[in-house]
Every structure is written in structure tokens, then in C-alpha cells.
Write a protein that binds this ligand. Sequence first.
Ligand code: GDP
Length: 296
Amino acid sequence: MFDGLSDKLSGILDRLTRRGALTAGDVDAAAREVRRALLEADVALDVVRGFIDKLKERAVGVEVIKSVTPGQMVVKIVHDQLIETLGATADPIDLNAPSPVPILMVGLQGSGKTTTSAKIARRLTDLHKRKVLMASLDTRRPAAMEQLAVLGQQVGVETLPIVPGQTPVQIARRALDAGRLGGYDVVVLDTAGRTTLDEAMMAEVAEVKQAAQPHEVLLVADALTGQDAVNLARSFNERVGLTGIVLTRVDGDGRGGAALSMRAVTGKPIKLMGVGEKLDALEEFHPARIADRILG
Ligand code: GDP
């Protein structure tokens, strides 16, 4: 089992005699352990490489302050760099647009997209006092539409009545019309996922985006996703264009590497995180918490 990177780094570097500044040799030794920790946390290989290069650049020559050991100094530099890469501040949903503000939810089936749509609707209703309408665009799975309606009832948020036979674009247009007519502030559009990244899903989501002109396009992604996280985030970002990421299952025992990978390849902020199955289990993103977990 992994011992915890902090202990390992301290161990390696504290064997060295104390010097004024970190040398290339000190940093190389530390970088090997950091690299191993990032890979164990399932951070994508390319992202690990970029991270380590930057770490070496910034750490060599740094003066070790008197109150800490060289090991503690490197741990602090790695931690700071992780937080910086993850996005230092929480970046909540942007509602600064004419009402009703369309929010498009995208992601793979099973990622927690429908649950997260309801969680976000609840948060906007309760915390931000907005009037929210939700609509499911999953024409392939009637059960998914029913699921959103049930979740809507549970959180006290209206869902668009289901009309069989409509295309996703038609439903999106109907939702926005209903949003305008009903004086809603926000319309949350829950798109259909697939179990794997596939062209039909991307084409459908891109078409809905074109029709709905959403102000936010949020990728819902499971924090337990391993190396696939990069492909997932990159594909959605290139094909559809994201404004942010919502990480689900942060309550699970994953090491959180997917967060770093997705943030690094898209440059898009992680806006919120799901921390449980309950509909109030949604929190603002805390980079420090993920950084601690990645460090092990
Ligand atoms: P979708 O197919 O992407 O719409 O996924 P669902 O919203 O149906 O969610 C799939 C399962 O994941 C459900 O059992 C949810 O309760 C569960 N789920 C969603 N978000 C979280 C989360 O943050 N933590 C945990 N533990 N479970 C979650």
C-alpha cells in the first residue's frame, strides 16, 4: 500500500544534509516520487509529464526556509502547484445572462448526470432563489425522462411535461419557450448520455447546443474515471465546447487524478463536486481537498 507522498518526500530529502537551496539532485529524487504518486492517483501520463517538468523548473534553487526541512519544502511546492493546476478558487455557475439562462448537462451514461441536474436545480432554487425548469432530452430512454421527473418532485423543481415522439432539439426549444413564458430564471437541459464516447452522442449534443445556445455547458464526470478522463474531457471540449466540469462520486475512494487530468487538458474550471447520492450532496469545488487526496 502507498505510504503517503508527504512522508516519502520528507524521508528522501531529510536524509540530505540541510543546504541553503534545493539542488537539481534533490528535486530529481523528489520528482520520481511525485511522478509515482500522480500515476497511482490515475493522473494521465501526459499531464504527469507536464506537471513534473514545471515542478523541476520551479523548485530547483528555491531557498529552504529555516523553520522547515527540505522535504517539507518540496511537499509545499508540490501542493501549491497542484492547487494552482486544479484552479485555485471555486468557480460557481455563471447565471449572468438574459433569463431563462440555459444550462446544458453533458456526459456519459452512469456518470451521475441526471442526479447532478437535479442537485444543481435544487441548489439554484434553494441557495440562489432562482425559478428553475428542468427538461430531459433523453429520447432513447423513457426511463431517464421519468427519473428526472421523479427527482424534480423530490427537490421541488418543475420538469417539462414529457411529450413522446419529439427530437432532443424540439424538446430543448420547447423547454426554452416554456421557460420564457413561465418566467423561469434558469432552464437545465439534461442530454442523453451513452455508455462510451460515441459519435452519435456527440452529434446530438452538438446539435442541441447549436439550438439552445446554452450559457453553461457542464461536463458531468465520475471522479473514479481513470486514464479515460482525458479522452472524455478532451472529446467533449473539442466537439461541443465546455464551460466547466462537475465531478461526481468525490465521496468514493478514488484518488482524484481525473480532476487534475480533465482540468489540465481542457483548461476549464471544475465548478462543483458531487459527494453522495442524496440530492443535497453537491458542494463547491475545493482544490485543496483533491490535492491532498492526490498526494495520498
Ligand atoms: P446518468 O446516467 O449519468 O444520468 O446517472 P444517474 O444520475 O442516473 O446516476 C447514476 C448513479 O450514480 C445513481 O445511483 C446516483 O445516485 C449515483 N450518483 C450520482 N452522483 C453521485 C455522487 O456524487 N456520489 C455517489 N456516491 N453517487 C452518485
